[in-house]
Design a protein around this ligand. Structure first.
Ligand SMILES: Cc1cc2nc3c(=O)[nH]c(=O)nc-3n(C[C@H](O)[C@H](O)[C@H](O)COP(=O)(O)OP(=O)(O)OC[C@H]3O[C@@H](n4cnc5c(N)ncnc54)[C@H](O)[C@@H]3O)c2cc1C
Length: 393
């Protein structure tokens, strides 16, 4: 398990934290109009962030996923914009699927475009509910003209600005038990359209919309992995994304701490700076503990994903749970430490609005608890090797 950066990752963290700074400047305006900062998205993409985990033979930098995570953490540490980070999450999910499950033909068709900054989606949620994914109804059926995909995905990050991406659905003809499949689709294909761009409480710099699929023609290379094996692939992607939330929360909280420190050193009450008061100090130490815990939870979870340990899914849910809870608590401290200034409609309160969405996107905090318990139960039921049998070997 790697809990600290190597030299290359330290450099990447530094390089991408510089590139995150301008995102913070544009976030207030983008928040007002629900707009992604596409200019800085392109700059960060062109700096090679999406190439980091991709082998050189596929046009990448030949690094590791941890390189990419260090770069994402760098952006989070200065961007002050959870929406921008959530857009990165949706994109990186599509990248990981294509890298691990795509055929050479699929990689040739989409990988370079993803690495160059064309935006991807990972679409799972439907109006049947995001928590209970097994109820999804988007389905591919064959008629005389060939295979067609129909249905509707809800609240999909990047949908209004994306070029393509992964859509989870079913192939009912495979039978009830293993009919989930993942489709990779260009969003300019006939039959694909968008619902209205959503007017959300927070994370507004990452546009979301429904994706409407009306008889979208499919070819064999639109299916990722073995048809019917979609749930297994989804589990990997969902786990990876859950783990990532930890460093995103950590980076954003570190930014909040800087703001909070500046405030409490400069604001005086009762003849002393706020920083002299223990209750005030307690809020900031809680924020620092939160940032540290979230960060280590991510790297611990990645260690388990990489080594394929059987409790990896628990570690990923813990990272997501901690990220959601701690980001919200830290954003509230930030607002509270600024008194009425924090309560005004500004950058401080925007971070609190954004943080509310962190507990919902990517699976709610309650769903993380459920997964942690279910996984514990599963592991607990596994037969333990008898000491006598081990001694006899
Ligand atoms: C900013 C943002 C971006 C998003 N981007 C994407 C995206 O790119 N792709 C995508 O596929 N989805 C996306 N989503 C959707 C997100 O994944 C879902 O909103 C989330 O999984 C919850 O699903 P739901 O909204 O349908 O709530 P529901 O599933 O209806 O849940 C409602 C409430 O009931 C609780 N609940 C449900 N079941 C149980 C249970 N068994 N026990 C206890 N409590 C339970 C939940 O915790 C929640 O509090 C995004 C959401 C947000 C907020």
């Amino acid at each position: 398990m790697q809990l600290s950066f190597n030299e290359r990752q330290q450099d990447l963290y530094g390089q991408f934290s510089e590139l995150g700074r301008p995102v913070a400047l544009s976030a207030p305006e983008n928040d007002k109009v629900c707009r992604l900062d596409t200019e800085n998205w392109q700059k960060i993409s062109h700096a090679g962030i999406w190439r980091l985990p991709v082998p050189t033979r596929l046009g990448g930098a030949g690094g590791s996923w941890l390189d990419c995570v260090a770069a994402i953490e760098g952006v989070a540490s200065t961007a002050e914009d959870l929406g921008f980070m959530i857009t990165m999450l949706g994109h990186v999910g599509a990248l990981r699927i294509l890298l691990y499950e795509g055929t050479p033909e699929q990689q040739q068709r989409w990988l370079d475009r993803l690495m160059s900054g064309e935006i991807g989606i990972t679409a799972m949620t439907e109006d049947t509910g995001g928590s209970d994914l097994a109820r999804m109804r988007v389905a591919a059926r064959e008629d005389e003209a060939g295979w067609r995909l129909s249905g509707r995905k809800s609240h999909i990050t990047n949908a209004p600005v994306a070029a393509f991406g992964m859509i989870a659905g079913r192939i009912p003809s495979l039978g009830d038990k293993r009919d989930i499949a993942l489709f990779f689709v260009d969003l300019d294909t006939p039959g694909v359209s968008l619902g209205r761009s959503e007017d959300n409480l927070g994370i507004r710099t990452s546009p979301t919309a429904d994706l409407i699929l009306d008889g979208v023609p499919l070819r064999l290379n639109n299916i990722i992995g073995t048809p019917g094996d979609g749930l297994r692939i989804l589990c990997d992607i969902i786990s990876f994304e859950r783990a990532l939330y930890g460093v995103i929360a950590s980076g954003l909280i570190e930014g909040m701490i800087k703001k909070a420190m500046a405030r409490v050193e400069s604001r005086w009450a009762f003849n002393r700076p706020l920083a002299d008061y223990q209750y005030v100090q307690g809020r900031i130490t809680d924020m620092k503990i939160a940032a540290t815990v979230c960060r280590f939870a991510t790297y611990a979870a990645f260690g388990k994903i990489e080594s394929k340990t059987e409790d990896a899914s628990i570690a990923c849910s813990i990272a997501k749970f901690l990220a959601g809870e701690h980001l919200l608590a830290s954003a509230e401290h930030l607002v509270q430490l600024h008194g009425h200034l924090g309560f005004m409609n500004n950058d401080l309160s925007r971070q609190l609005r954004d943080a509310v969405g962190m507990r919902i996107a990517g699976g709610t905090s309650d769903i993380q608890r459920i997964n942690i318990f279910n996984q514990l139960r599963r592991l607990n039921k596994k037969p333990v090797a008898s000491p006598l049998a081990v001694a006899a070997e």
